[in-house]
Design a protein around this ligand. Structure first.
Ligand code: NAD
Length: 353
């Protein structure tokens, strides 16, 4: 029996997680395993109920589970609260409390949605890239400050990485490359930054354990160009916190369907937190129009990575691909297809599993 904690969050969060849970239950039944679902509060819902965006009880429940499924947090109701009392503080807090150091963001073109990509994609030139971003180190967590030099105001941030921090993210990326097409591109700025030279040396050393994986290196500026020019050249990309933040958003946009993209944040072992890339969409909350597929695909990642139920994960992904040729929610609607709401789209996915 697996245990999954669900953090519904705010806005469309409860609607889309409800659908993903229905899909997980259907996949579990079909592939003969059991999932026990627990629910805990996060974000605005937690502020309203107990006065804090990340209650202790939520951290405890997540730590006692095999994986966490998260909807999204935030909304105008809480926009005027101060920084550490805002719903987003709950999101950053839970990632930190659970030691989630690897962020996995796939960006792919679903063939039926290829016209949504801002790139001109021929029939065969579709892409499927996995970006692995280091999430708990680097310049976002380094020493920073302000000072004055010769009467001029200055500010600084520091990029710092330890060898174990680089090794553990590189290992996740090599393992992923092994389970995909066997290619890994490490992205840095080793022509300028000492921390990048150290990153490259360390990734090279880790690569000795993975002779089957074809490793390449790119400077981040070149990678940003290559992602737009020919994204199909990439399989897995591994990079630091700052570079990964920027490149994963770029990769998401070129897929043309940001509302379709899942993500995973992993800690040691197989534990992970899974959530859609999009936010809580307060403008459509409660209308039954939210696209549940990014959350359903996050659930598929949960099945594959944390529960090791690879056949069930593949069945869910296949069902999502197939449903796109039958019906669409308004955000991805195209003429000639059936219009569907959140529940109807999920029903179709379930029937295709
Ligand atoms: P958003 O992603 O919530 O919405 C942007 C646009 O995309 C909106 O028009 C929305 O209706 C649409 N959209 C998003 N998800 C959709 C879905 N599943 N189906 C159909 N349409 C969808 O981004 P935003 O408007 O910038 O932010 C709204 C709130 O979400 C803010 O409070 C923000 O802080 C929060 N947010 C949370 C997360 C998170 O929880 N990880 C991420 C981003 C934004």
């Amino acid at each position: 029996m697996y245990k999954v904690t669900v953090l519904e969050g705010d806005g469309i969060g409860p609607e889309i997680t409800r659908e993903a849970v229905r899909v997980l239950k259907a996949a579990a039944e079909k592939y003969n395993f059991n999932i026990d679902f627990d629910y805990a509060l996060l974000g605005g819902a937690a502020i309203d109920a107990v006065g804090t965006p990340l209650p202790e009880d939520t951290v405890k429940r997540c730590k006692a589970s095999d994986a966490v499924l998260l909807g999204a947090v935030g909304g105008p109701k809480w926009d005027n609260l101060s920084g550490d009392m805002r719903p987003e503080a709950g999101l950053l807090g839970i990632r930190k409390a659970l030691g989630l150091y690897a962020n996995l963001r796939p960006s792919k073109v679903f063939k039926p949605l290829k016209n949504a990509s801002p790139l001109k994609l021929g029939d065969t030139a579709c892409f499927d890239v996995m970006i692995v971003r280091e999430l708990t180190g680097g310049i976002y967590f380094g020493k920073r400050g302000r000072f004055e030099r010769d009467g001029v105001a200055c500010a600084f941030d520091t990029e710092e990485y330890s060898q174990p921090e680089i090794e553990r993210i590189a290992e996740i990326a090599f393992e992923l490359a092994m389970s995909r097409n066997g290619r890994l591109c490490s992205v840095d700025k080793a022509n300028v930054l000492e921390s990048s030279r150290f990153w490259r040396e360390t990734v090279l050393r880790v690569s000795e354990k993975y002779p089957e994986v074809e490793l390449s290196h790119l400077y981040v500026d070149n990678c940003a160009m290559q992602l737009v020019k020919a994204p199909w050249q990439f399989d897995v990309i591994v990079t630091s916190n700052l570079f990964g933040d920027i490149l994963s958003d770029e990769a998401a946009m070129i897929s043309g369907s940001i509302g379709m993209l899942p993500s995973a944040s992993l800690s040691s072992g197989s534990f992970g937190l899974y959530e859609p890339v999009h936010g809580s969409a307060p403008d459509i909350a409660g209308t039954g129009k939210a696209n549940p597929l990014a959350t359903i695909l996050s659930a598929a990642m949960l099945l594959k990575i944390s529960l090791k139920q690879e056949a069930a994960a593949a069945a869910v992904e296949g069902a999502v691909d197939a449903v796109l040729s039958q019906m669409r929610t308004p955000d991805i609607y195209e003429d000639g297809l059936r219009k569907a709401g959140t529940c109807e789209m999920t029903d179709a996915v379930i029937s295709l599993i």
